[in-house]
Design a protein around this ligand. Structure first.
Ligand code: ZN
Length: 90
């Protein structure tokens, strides 16, 4: 399991869809997945999401840190999940 530092959203970077998850409790991660990576705040290192798949952490996923109020986005710049989501087996 890897720990990935998210990045701070750029000024003027306007999200075209999705929403910002707000971490109410700084001791409780906003997302729980079943993937390989944990994601932490770029500024304070607070744990924001645990056990996430990379495909779940696109730019559509933003988390406002409950500790320092920084809005974090995924580090995978420009990456978007393929349209229609993960390929389904026919
Ligand atoms: Zn933080």
């Amino acid at each position: 399991m890897a720990t990935i530092t998210m990045r701070q959203i750029r000024e003027g970077e306007v999200p075209f869809d999705g929403g910002t998850a707000i971490q109410d409790d700084a001791d409780r991660p906003v997302f729980h997945g079943n993937g390989p990576d944990d994601y932490v705040c770029v500024v304070c290192g607070n744990l924001l999401a645990v056990a996430m798949h990379p495909v779940q952490m696109t730019k559509k996923v933003r988390v406002r840190c409950g500790r320092c109020s920084t809005v974090n986005v995924s580090v995978i710049d420009g990456y978007e999940a393929p349209s229609g989501g993960p390929k389904r087996k026919e």
